[in-house]
Design a protein around this ligand. Structure first.
Ligand code: VAL
Length: 453
């Protein structure tokens, strides 16, 4: 097959794909996960490695993924298969498409639980349920929020239902429209929080914590976490970006789009760090408090701010919408596959994957209450989903696609899709052939060395 595949659905507006891909990238990863991981892995060193991974691994990998998606014009499984076949390679390579679809599904099953926290906190913010003067009070509220499997399950079920509803309708219009107000709104709100933090203590400490690069401080586990987070935050190897790339019109520049998405995503994560850490230090909280970090520190900070109760409601609305625009992207690969291959309607595909997702997410949700003791090697089900996907499956998927694009497949395909200048193309090739794979492999080797101790 040499002819280019014809697109079925294309992003509508001029900014359609950028908005949707940014909507996918910017999510809980930026505002919930980035701060707590930075806290757990010691600050600046983690941030530095994360930024290096975005630049050297994430950006080339994202360009490659979009090129695969646009060339193959189908779900990641079919897109990878078609591009491989166009180069005379076998179906077996679609395995990377399978892995990314599975990773997206697994991520979504714990993601809806955290998005459920966000909705629960929105409700508490509206109904005055986030009162308390100390970190301990906030920790008690967070604990109580998670203790009851029925209410916690109801929130994550709500997220699942809303996600499937949007996906069933078709993501293009809904997402494009929402992203237009959400991104500027989010940036504005984070700016307000940062400016407030500048004048209310803890800001200097936060800046030092985030940007003092003592690389020696980072453990092998932290290195792996930083690399995994670069994949997670850009939604790479989770089916999302490739599935969205399949709807990218031919005349759009993949490189420009990728840089725009990566820059927006990185800026929002850093802004979130600058908005959140001052509150953590000013209130004497431990930055290494884990996944509950923002849910405990922020309500406390909002209480001390003028107009804090209003800003707090706006914040949780934004967080919930950011979570939703990411959630819908992670199921797109599965839904595209079910419609293309199994002949299902979009609605049927969305709801049937929704049921499986709901079962898996219920298990993840139980990790915070009834199933807290169901652990294996010190990790509960929720932790395992996160660990397997972001630390291993996503980087492995990225490694596979980069090596395929760099060595195995016909270079004309990528010349044709990426349309870079000669020099830029050579740089991209250098990245996907050597720099990204070497970075990923070295971090894996380092991590495996640690695990065998
Ligand atoms: N990239 C998103 C995030 O950072 C999701 C899709 C993992 O939250």
């Amino acid at each position: 097959m040499t002819a280019r595949q014809q697109p079925k659905n294309l992003w509508i507006g001029r900014w359609g794909f950028v908005l949707a891909a940014t909507g996918s990238a910017v999510g809980l990863g930026n505002i919930w996960k980035f701060p707590y991981m930075t806290g757990e892995y010691g600050g600046g060193a983690f941030v530095l490695v994360y930024l290096a991974c975005i630049l050297c691994i994430g950006i080339p990998a994202m360009m490659t993924e979009i090129a695969f998606g646009r060339r193959g014009r189908g779900s990641p499984i079919d897109a990878v298969k078609r591009v491989a076949q166009e180069s005379g390679r076998g179906k077996i390579w679609s395995g990377f498409g399978w892995m990314s679809m599975l990773a997206g599904f697994m991520i979504l099953s714990f993601y809806v639980v955290v998005a459920g926290w966000s909705l629960a906190y929105l409700w508490k913010a509206i109904s005055g349920g986030l009162q308390g003067g100390s970190v301990d009070d906030m920790a008690a509220i967070f604990g109580a929020n998670n203790a009851n499997p029925l209410t916690l399950g109801a929130w994550s079920t709500l997220v699942t239902v809303v996600t499937m509803f949007i996906v069933g309708k078709g993501v293009q219009e809904g997402i494009e429209r929402n992203m237009r107000w959400m991104m500027p709104g989010m940036v504005l709100l984070l700016l307000v929080m940062i400016v407030y933090a500048m004048f209310s203590g803890g800001f200097g400490e936060a800046v030092t914590f985030l940007f003092s690069f003592e690389v020696g401080k980072l453990s092998s586990e932290g290195l792996l976490a930083a690399m995994g987070h670069a994949f997670f935050t850009l939604s790479l190897s989770a089916g999302a970006i490739m599935a969205y790339g399949a709807y990218l019109p031919d005349n759009k520049s993949i490189a420009r789009t990728t840089f725009t998405v990566a820059i927006c995503d990185t800026l929002i994560a850093l802004m979130a760090g600058l908005a959140i850490f001052p509150a953590i230090f000013a209130n004497g909280m431990d930055p290494a408090s884990g996944p509950g970090l923002i849910f405990m520190s922020l309500p406390l900070a909002f209480q001390q701010m003028p107009l804090g109760s209003v800003l707090q409601v706006i914040f949780f609305v934004m967080l919930s919408v950011a979570a939703l625009t990411s959630a819908v992207s992670m199921i797109e690969a599965t839904v595209a596959w079910l419609t293309e291959r199994k002949g299902m309607s979009r609605k049927a595909a969305a709801w049937s994957s929704g049921i499986v997702l709901w079962l898996l997410s219920t298990l993840a949700m139980l990790s915070f209450n009834l199933g807290a003791d169901w652990t294996f090697a010190g990790k509960n089900f929720f932790d395992w989903l996160d660990y397997l996907t972001s630390r291993w499956m996503m980087p492995l998927g990225g490694l596979g696609l980069c090596l395929m694009a760099g060595f195995l497949l016909r270079d004309e395909i990528f010349r044709d899709e990426l349309r870079l200048s000669k020099r830029q193309h050579a740089l991209w090739l250098l990245m996907v052939r050597y720099v990204s794979p070497l970075g990923i492999v070295l971090i894996f080797i380092d991590a495996l060395g640690v695990m065998s101790i």
